[in-house]
Design a protein. Sequence first.
Length: 123
Amino acid sequence: MSREAIQGALITLTLIYKIPLLRSRSPVETAKLILYAAKQMSNKVGPRYGYPRPRHGRINLQRKQKMQIHVLQGFPGIGLVRSKLLLEKFGALQAVFNASSRELSEIPGVGKSSAEKFINLLH
């Protein structure tokens, strides 16, 4: 296996998977590594590769749902499963926050006391 192939693999591990492994023998080799890294990253743009593609003000649906789930998980007693169930039933955070105690307690795993605690925390 050539040294360049190994360096390419190390660049991938460092830049894409965020595992710092780059080593060089000299300043010249360091400069080459930087150039290799730039070439490797020039074709790989996106959130998976460290630099998100510009969205021009739009949030894609999957990212928006992840952010909504993250917000709901910040409340005591609401984990991943309950937050997904809440969003499935109500469709948006605002609807979840405006739901009554009775509506919230209809969600599997959310009892009346949990629903009331949630509402009290919001208000």
